[in-house]
Write a protein that binds this ligand. Structure first.
Ligand code: TYD
Length: 220
């Protein structure tokens, strides 16, 4: 299929992905690239309804298999409605989380294993796979504390509690963390790992360097 460039951002909750995506989006636009920004779960109207079920802390009884299936339902919608058309139009698609999140959270965190996630990806998403994934893994404790604080703040402001994942125990996030490292080791050509407790600007410098190299390879 005629393609733009598909870049995903991954990391633990509170790793600063969203800030970096916004900064990269502005950097690319300033250089004349057409970009399309999206996220998972969510990113489409239907996906946002699926997201509400997935993140609402009242969805207490959601079975791990149902959670995984909903993540892929959301992803299928996002691919059909926005990702594939944007790539076909030659745009650079920046997506906040993608299948690596399912492998890390459902495969690792919920212990469903990688194989099921990767098989489901092939069935549901076919050949749509990121050209480049930027994986942010700052220190474990600081990211979790940031995510939990942010969730409390948002609950106060909006009355909504979207913290079903943030409420998980540390052991869950350890497994997510380990699975992310496993993915990075398995796919060094696709996954660029940025580790350690760096400031926003230091991370951003690395992001720009990684993306610039990739743009040269892609001829952009
Ligand atoms: P979100 O509020 O978007 O968190 P963040 O800003 O940290 O990305 O919540 C998304 C949550 O959904 C996050 O805890 C990770 C989880 N998730 C999965 O468990 N599996 C998936 O496939 C995806 C896309 C997200």
């Amino acid at each position: 299929m005629p393609r733009g460039l598909f870049i995903t951002f991954e990391g633990l909750d509170g790793s600063g992905k969203t800030t970096q995506i916004r900064k990269l989006d502005a950097w690319l636009k300033a250089r004349g690239h057409e970009t399309f920004l999206t996220r998972q779960p969510g990113g489409t109207e239907i996906g946002d309804r699926v997201r509400a079920i997935l993140l609402d802390s009242r969805s207490i009884g959601l079975a791990p298999m149902a959670e995984m299936a909903l993540m892929f339902a959301d992803r299928a919608q996002c691919i059909a409605e926005v990702i594939r058309p944007a790539l076909e139009a030659g745009k650079i698609v920046l997506c906040d989380r993608f299948t690596d999140s399912s492998e890390a959270y459902q495969g690792g965190g919920r212990e469903l294993g990688s194989e099921m996630i990767l098989n489901l990806h092939r069935l549901v998403c076919g050949d749509v796979w990121p050209d480049l994934t930027i994986l942010l893994l700052p220190g474990f404790e600081p990211s979790l504390n940031r995510a939990r604080r942010r969730n409390k703040r948002e609950e106060k402001q909006t009355g909504k509690n979207e913290g079903r994942f943030e409420a998980e125990q540390d052991g869950f996030f350890r497994r997510v963390w380990e699975k992310y490292r496993e993915i990075a080791a398995r796919e060094p050509g696709r996954v660029a790992l940025i580790e350690g407790d760096l400031g926003i600007d230091e991370v951003y410098e690395q992001v720009v360097e990684i993306v610039s190299e990739r743009l040269v390879v892609a001829g952009g």
